[in-house]
Design a protein around this ligand. Structure first.
Ligand code: PXG
Length: 458
């Protein structure tokens, strides 16, 4: 029986009776009922009542080539018929992860040439954490095992992912984090820059917080620094251009590995294949997932730099780590086909030279002046809109996040799916958006802001 045999009400009832959703207040959800999305095409999603909604979040930061790509379905179908599964344990391999690893090595920064596969960003970060600690142990420095991260970072929801991340409410429910992970300030100028401090100076000061943490722990105790090039779930926080090169310099100075979490920024969102290239840095690991398959299959790839890979190979010994679905043949076949689409349609270039700059200009010219908007910012096709009660003083509305939810609900009702995190509205659209799609999204944002203004100010 297919879902079409059920009414929306029935599906909502069954959902409430049996389905525990991620990051959800289950009491609240059961009172409200869930929104059920039944199909999607190009940049649009459709709910079970037939509403057409422009997807400003590319699913959950992942559907970069948009919906309805038959060639991805066909790649999965062909692979499933030929070989639906085999593992890459015990000296086995299958063709698609082999070819995908080569392809990723070609796209990544030049010192990054090896790949460890998983099924999710969280898994890939677990791998990354274990790998950097294993690296230092192989180098004869097992005590060099501390990791520096940032407050409000998001690195996934497993125990290691939550521990690496800097989200307080998540830590509170953890009942004991993975030890030896510390969190420093985030590079978020809008709230943390000092009066009169330039963006450039602020970026250097935020990087200095990393250096201070290394010195405080003792460099001989610090394994790595991890960060999202642009913080995603934490509110599209774009660091000043001075930040990453300085963090890289500091890591090299103290012989600390540099781990980038590009689960959101990877595969074109910033206008380069990887944000490492946008910021001009050469990390030791790059965590990727989401847009690797445009979300059509669950797949992650931890890209591993030559330094770590060389030690793994030269020192040998088993790395006791891996997942049943590491290098899943179907997921890898879909990833290869997805990369073909991104390349053939020139989507990365389009973000860099056309839609990215146009998106920035549209936010500036059409959204920034609104009474509810404290700041707009974007990088490539990632954008944020800060919601405030008072533009001049940047005072927020009472009850953190409440105002942004009002805006979000009006946006969805107006036909645009976007996300609210705290009092920040977030956009992360598919890379197939054109100037026209950006215009349409802005029409809907303006409408939502106008309606929210009436609700919030009466
Ligand atoms: N790192 C980063 C930077 C992420 O954004 C993960 C790791 C974990 O990936 P998996 O595949 O395990 O979910 C993510 C995931 C949100 C939201 O509300 C963001 C993510 C996941 C769910 C919700 O913005 N990012």
């Amino acid at each position: 029986m297919t879902y079409q045999n059920y009414s929306l009400k029935q599906l909502q009832q069954i959902d409430a009776a049996h389905h525990l959703h991620p990051f959800t207040d289950h009491k609240e959800l059961r009172e409200a009922g869930s929104r059920i999305i039944t199909r999607a095409e190009g940049p649009y999603i459709y709910d079970s009542e037939g509403n057409e909604i422009l997807d400003g979040m590319a699913g959950l930061w992942c559907v970069n080539v948009g919906y309805g790509r038959n060639e991805l379905a066909e790649a999965a179908y062909r692979q499933m018929k030929e070989l639906p599964y085999y593992n890459s344990f015990f000296k086995c391999s299958t063709p698609t992860p082999v070819l995908l690893a080569k392809r990723l090595a070609e796209l990544a920064p030049k010192s990054v040439n090896q790949v460890f596969f998983g099924s999710s960003g969280s898994e890939a970060n677990d791998t990354a954490l274990r790998l950097v600690r294993h690296y230092w142990a192989l180098e004869g420095k097992p005590e060099k095992n501390r990791i520096i991260s940032r407050r409000n970072a998001y690195h996934g929801s497993t125990v290691a992912g939550t521990s690496l991340g800097g989200m307080e409410p998540m830590h509170k429910q953890l009942g004991g984090a993975v030890p030896n992970i510390v969190h420093v300030m985030m590079p978020y100028a809008y709230e943390l820059a000092l009066p009169g401090e330039s963006d450039h100076e602020f970026g250097l000061r935020a990087a200095k917080a990393v250096e201070d943490a290394i010195v405080e722990a003792g460099p001989e105790k610090v394994a790595a620094f991890i960060g999202e090039p642009i913080m995603g779930a934490g509110g599209v926080k774009i660091p000043p251009m001075s930040y990453w090169p300085e963090v890289e310099r500091i890591c090299r100075k103290y012989d600390v590995l540099l781990m980038l979490d590009e689960v959101i920024t990877g595969y074109g969102r910033t206008g380069e294949w990887f944000a490492a290239q946008s910021f001009g840095i050469e990390p030791d690991t790059i965590t990727t997932a989401k847009a690797l398959t445009s979300g059509y299959q669950p797949l992650s790839a931890l890209l591993v730099g030559d330094r770590i890979a060389r030690t793994l190979v030269e020192k040998g010994g088993e790395f006791y780590h891996g997942y049943t679905y590491a290098g899943h043949p179907v997921a890898c076949a879909v990833a290869l086909a997805n990369l073909d689409i991104i390349e053939r349609e020139g989507l990365v270039d389009r973000v860099k030279n056309d839609t990215g700059p146009y998106f920035a200009q549209a936010l500036r010219e059409r959204i920034a002046d609104h009474r509810l908007v404290g700041e707009v910012r974007s990088f490539g096709l990632m954008g944020a809109i800060e919601i405030v009660r008072d533009k001049a003083t940047r005072e927020r509305f009472e009850g953190e996040g409440r105002a942004a939810v009002v805006v979000r609900d009006h946006a969805i009702a107006s036909g645009l799916m976007l996300r609210a995190t705290g009092d920040t509205m977030i956009l992360s659209p598919p890379l197939i958006w054109t100037r026209e799609t950006i215009d349409l999204a802005c029409d809907r944002i303006v409408k939502a802001l106008d309606l929210a203004e009436k609700d919030l100010f009466g």
